[in-house]
Write a protein of this length. Structure first.
Length: 307
């Protein structure tokens, strides 16, 4: 191949097509439980977190709620993934050798939000959220029906692998995915570029300005107890009992069970297995014995390697 500007444009177009195809085809699940926010500056402050809305009878003037009670900012961070390709390899028509690498860059870019969001979820046992407590904590400050301060919990203690219940049924989610600049495939191929001139290499890479943050802790429950029916029931009951300002029920309803790969088996048996009938020997006779799985279908299962 004659390496000129037209040839390099053709190479870049081919690489970008491979990148986009892999990006679009890669599986990503974290956005099911995260609220996507388009950022317009270097960071966003979510001062309204912790406020819940409520309809009330309009008697007299409106009661105006002040949303600026908290200061929780998510700063955008830059991320990159970059490779270099020798000019000689392009001149020798070895473009196909690099196709798997470019495709993998697209796949990794698509799954990067999963890595950040699930990583943040896993760190929630020791990372503070908008109210100054750890995201998963037994002492979140709230008020009861008499406006008296009390503590609420979204935590189940234990010493095993962490698993999580998520209510993703609302516009507001327990996690925030913030995007200032999305994942862009770029290249540096000009002969006037210092790197190209000095190394005889062309650069191809991906860049993005994004970050993950915590949303409402009330919509997530973290447990390190054994993943079994009793603990699952207790976790759901704890979420359902949560109340907002002045003791108003929040109506939290878990929609997703998020587990690491090591808990895939117990998770599937817990919420995916249906009722069963087994034939067992009872003395000289056989008898049909049925088992009922009352938790079947109560949540969508997400298994991720990023926990």
């Amino acid at each position: 191949m004659i390496v000129n500007s037209a040839a390099l444009i053709t190479v870049f177009t081919g690489f970008k097509t491979l990148f986009n195809k892999a990006f679009e085809g890669a599986e990503s699940t974290a956005m099911k439980i995260a609220m996507s926010v388009k950022s317009e500056t270097k960071e966003e402050n979510y001062a309204w977190l912790g406020q819940s809305s409520r309809m009330r009878q309009w008697a007299g003037d409106r009661v105006i709620r002040n949303l600026a009670l908290h200061s929780y900012a998510v700063k955008n961070l830059k991320f990159e993934d970059t490779i270099s390709i020798s000019r000689d390899d392009i001149a020798d028509d070895k473009i196909g050798v690099f196709s798997p690498v470019i495709s993998d860059m697209g796949r990794n870019a698509k799954q990067h939000p999963d890595e950040l969001l699930y990583g943040l979820l896993n760190a929630g046992f020791e990372t503070v959220c908008y109210d100054g407590q750890y995201f998963f904590d037994a002492e979140h400050p709230v008020t009861d029906g008499e406006a008296a301060p009390v503590n609420a919990s979204n935590l189940q203690s234990g010493d095993g692998p962490a698993w999580f219940l998520i209510d993703a049924s609302r516009m507001i989610k327990p996690l925030i995915w913030q995007e200032r600049e999305g994942y862009q495939f770029q290249s540096v191929t000009s002969d006037s570029d210092m790197h190209v001139f000095m190394t005889d290499e062309y650069i191809y890479g991906v860049r993005a300005r994004v970050n993950a943050g915590f949303g409402l802790w009330q919509l997530a429950f973290g447990s390190k107890a054994d993943l079994n029916a009793a603990n699952y029931e207790a976790a759901r009951a704890s979420m359902a009992s949560l109340k907002g300002e002045n003791g108003r029920p929040l109506g939290v309803r878990p929609t997703h069970l998020v587990v690491p790969q090591v808990l895939e088996g117990p998770a599937r048996r817990l919420i995916n297995a249906g009722n069963r009938v087994e034939i067992v020997d009872v003395g000289e006779e056989t008898q049909a014995v049925g088992t009922t799985n009352e938790w079947a279908g109560t949540a969508e299962l997400i298994v991720t390697p990023y926990l």
